[in-house]
Design a protein around this ligand. Structure first.
Ligand SMILES: Nc1ccn([C@@H]2O[C@H](COP(=O)(O)OP(=O)(O)OP(=O)(O)O)[C@@H](O)[C@H]2O)c(=O)n1
Ligand SMILES: O=C(CO)[C@H](O)[C@H](O)COP(=O)(O)O
Length: 379
């Protein structure tokens, strides 16, 4: 038997008694994102993973959550055959760098198995499995799952149950109910050593692959690995019904409504204007004189920019800002709002890829990916 291989006939060795526990991920980690479902429970034609928020599909937000994590190498996205072209288009359009797209199967388990097989050459130390329709997973929690998976062979996120689980008779009466405090809901992310997850799937029966809903169970059943369970945050919840899509949309927009970067230039008049803006806008304003000097701080984290042009009555300020934003790939991935506050500019077309939705209108920060021009505000 190879080192690290799981023996189905032998219980796992007790682990970690007095051993050093790692606190950072310094070994190869890859991800499988099952995205091959039809989203039947939403009642919509479009599978939920392709539902767009601010002109970007949900799956792209989930991919981004993993691409941001420096220690994650590859992300295998598993989609139904009929969505392969659409998914490749998304990868290209949103500049996803770590993604490989593979064909899914008729059940979630079959799709995940295909994803795991696609990693056969890489053989990463740990494979993270995460439903593509849980877009709000964060690095901190991924790192807990990954380290626990390396240490224990398997690990998974759990949440308290919101309803009591009951068993029914075939006639539709109560048979018995479970003691809620003893049970947890199993969610993703889940992590496994490559050996455990690949062997668990190889040993799975057709019935496991057809009817099973739990990868941690396959690791227990076929590799005798008792997964470490880690309580996760409520944001791990899975988009399942139509109203979950609305909730996901508002979570995506929330941080975009909280702050803005004000590019003031050197004009003394700008200060008065910014004080007025500060009172009018219920958001945190970060004021900089020149965005290029602050590139790394603001270009990577802001969605809203306010360009103040007081002394110069031409559009070069706004063109410079748009150019700075466009050189960042991030601009392609996130919708941005640019508000141009100018003392004397005329309504004008700005040559940029950002969608210009409104000109000469009031500030509307709920309307994203827009350029708002406010004229004759000062002077
Ligand atoms: N054959 C399948 C079925 C599901 N999934 C994926 O598994 C995840 C969780 O499954 P679920 O919420 O059940 O998604 P759907 O099967 O699409 O939803 P529904 O059951 O409502 O049809 C989703 O990202 C889904 O795309 C998959 O990769 N392949
Ligand atoms: O979190 C999970 C635990 O493995 C899965 O998301 C869950 O089992 C998927 O369930 P379903 O396909 O029934 O929606």
């Amino acid at each position: 038997m190879l080192d690290g291989e799981c023996n189905p006939d032998r219980p796992p060795l007790p682990r970690d008694a007095g051993t050093h526990r790692a606190t950072s991920v310094d070994f190869p980690v890859c991800v499988v994102l099952p995205a091959g479902g039809t989203g039947e429970r939403t009642g919509l034609q479009t599978p939920k993973q392709f539902w767009s928020f601010l002109e970007r599909p949900l799956i792209s937000y989930t991919i981004d959550a993993f691409e941001r994590v420096s220690w994650i190498q590859d992300v295998v996205v598993v989609v139904a055959k009929e969505n392969l072209d659409q998914m490749s288009g998304i990868v290209q359009r949103f500049g996803h760098r770590k993604v490989r797209v593979v064909t899914g199967g008729s059940t979630r388990h079959r799709s995940i198995y295909n994803g795991v097989q696609a990693l056969a050459e890489d053989r990463p130390e740990v494979v993270i499995i995460h439903d593509a329709v849980r877009p709000f997973v964060e690095e901190d929690f991924l790192s807990k799952i990954t380290l626990a998976a390396k240490e224990h062979g398997a690990a998974g996120a759990i949440r308290p149950l919101v309803s009591t689980v009951i068993a029914t008779t075939s006639e539709g009466f109560l048979d018995h109910s479970l003691e809620r405090a003893k049970y947890r809901a199993s969610e993703t992310p889940q992590g496994f050593t490559y050996e455990v997850i690949s062997q668990a799937y190889q040993r799975s029966s057709e019935s496991d692959l057809e009817f099973g809903t739990e990868c941690l169970h396959l690791a227990l059943q076929h590799c005798h690995i008792n997964a470490k369970l880690i309580p996760g945050p409520p944001t791990l919840w899975k988009v399942t019904y139509r109203w979950d899509l609305a909730a996901a949309g508002s979570i995506i927009k929330e941080p975009m409504l909280q702050s803005a970067c004000v590019v003031s230039g050197d004009s003394v008049h700008a200060a008065t204007l910014i004080t007025a803006l500060q009172k009018a806008l219920h958001m945190k304003l970060h004021v900089v004189t020149d965005l290029s000097a602050e590139k790394h701080t603001f270009l990577l984290k802001e969605w809203n920019y306010i360009q103040v042009s007081v002394d110069v009555c031409c559009r070069s300020d706004i063109e410079a800002l748009v150019t700075q934003l466009e050189v960042e790939t991030r601009v392609l991935q996130y919708p941005l709002v640019i508000i141009w506050v100018s003392s004397c500019c005329r309504s004008t077309k700005i040559p940029c890829r950002s969608q210009v939705l409104y000109a000469n209108c009031h500030v509307n920060l709920n309307t994203l990916a827009s350029l708002v021009v406010i004229q004759n505000t000062v002077g």
